[in-house]
Design a binder for this molecule. Structure first.
Ligand code: HEC
Length: 163
């Protein structure tokens, strides 16, 4: 009877010893990973968006300007369904479409609002607003589009923009 307990004890002890050895074996590997965090990052990381060069505008001010000027065509909620756009072809852009808008940089949005559709190869029915809006107004509207309509930021790779 006593021997049995001794045997059991030795079994448990050797298992404990074995697993302790295993842990020690792994330890140096983990150590080696320390200080090399890039080893854990996959090599093919997705393209990073260039940070916007356009200073951030005020979305609240932008919202008021948007309602005054843009909503007639783009719609009060930005879906491109305003009364002024019904007969237009192509239709005013749905500014809530996050997959489209996140593939458009702030620089691109600034240009199309400032200089109109044709400046970026789009319809002449998207008018240029640079004459009546200040740069700050345009930045405010971009902030409103980003924060209030598409709820998106530029995620990079404008050349791969959908449609
Ligand atoms: C007279 C109608 C009209 C008004 C007013 C108007 N837009 Fe547009 N907008 C359009 C049309 C039409 C298009 C689609 C152009 C195309 O896809 O070729 C467009 C496209 C756009 C686009 C997408 C550009 C792109 O690269 O696809 C943005 C952004 C935009 N408008 C913002 C605005 C803002 C901001 C205002 C207010 C300052 C405004 N628009 C006022 C008709 C209008």
């Amino acid at each position: 009877m006593k021997n049995k307990f001794l045997l059991l004890f030795m079994l448990v002890a050797s298992i404990a010893l074995l697993s302790a050895c295993k842990n020690r074996e792994q330890a140096p590997k983990e150590k080696a990973m320390e200080g090399k965090p890039e080893a854990a990052v996959p090599k093919e990381s997705p393209p990073q968006a260039e940070p916007s060069q356009i200073p951030k505008g005020d979305a609240v001010r932008g919202s008021a300007k948007y309602a005054q000027i843009c909503a007639t065509c783009h719609g009060e909620t930005g879906r491109g369904d305003g009364p002024g756009g019904i007969t237009l072809k192509p239709k005013p852009r749905n500014l809530r479409d996050a997959s489209y808008m996140s593939a458009r940089s702030d620089e691109h949005l600034f240009k199309v609002i400032d200089k109109g559709g044709p400046s970026v190869g789009k319809s002449v029915f998207m008018p240029p607003w640079g004459g009546s809006l200040s740069d700050q107004d345009i930045r405010d509207i971009i902030a409103f589009i980003r924060e209030g309509l598409c709820k998106c930021t530029y995620t990079g790779n404008e050349s791969k923009a959908p449609y």
